[in-house]
Ligand binder design. Structure first.
Ligand code: NI
Length: 165
């Protein structure tokens, strides 16, 4: 297993639209293992392959305290959505930045696991937010895109300064 390099905003590679996974081979299993390792080490609760410069529709998530509930989300689609919630979000590609974002409260997700097996998941709260945030990454979208241009510029400067230091 190996730690992967996480791209930081405003790296243009974060804007790449990810492709569907069609071949569930050993490489996919290795990638998800490395993504979990990288995500836990960061530490974070969600990581999209886009953030490690792999442009396939693959997400790893674990919102548990004990870090023992790994969830692999491949080729996700939202079947149903309901309600609205606004929570402070953060992102491993924008270290130290937290801003409120509006998302659906409840979603029904359809996705595949690392072996290609289809599953459905009804979820709400933090897990629902996390899935929606990571699905945005696969579209080349970041949570700061929901903020005003002024706020985004301020964040860009703050991150540039932090990375220099
Ligand atoms: Ni993120």
């Amino acid at each position: 297993m190996a730690l992967l390099n996480i791209l930081n905003f405003p790296d243009p590679r974060l804007r790449t639209k990810a492709k569907q996974v069609t071949d569930f081979n050993k490489k996919i299993c290795e990638l998800t293992d490395n993504m979990f390792l990288t995500m836990y080490a960061a530490p974070g609760i969600g990581l999209a392959a886009t953030q490690v410069n792999v442009h396939q529709r693959i997400i790893t998530i674990d919102i548990s305290e004990e870090k023992n509930q790994p969830l692999v989300v491949i080729n996700p689609t939202i079947l149903e959505k309901e309600g609205e919630q606004a929570t402070d979000e953060g992102c491993l590609s924008l270290p130290g930045i937290y801003e409120p974002v509006k998302r659906y409260d409840k979603i029904r997700l359809k996705a595949q696991d690392k072996h290609g097996k289809f599953y459905e998941l009804d979820t709400e709260g933090l897990l629902s937010v996390c899935i929606q945030h990571e699905m945005d990454h696969l579209e080349g979208k970041l949570f700061v895109d929901y903020l005003s241009e002024m706020k985004r510029n301020r964040i860009r400067k703050k991150l540039a300064k932090a990375l220099k230091a």
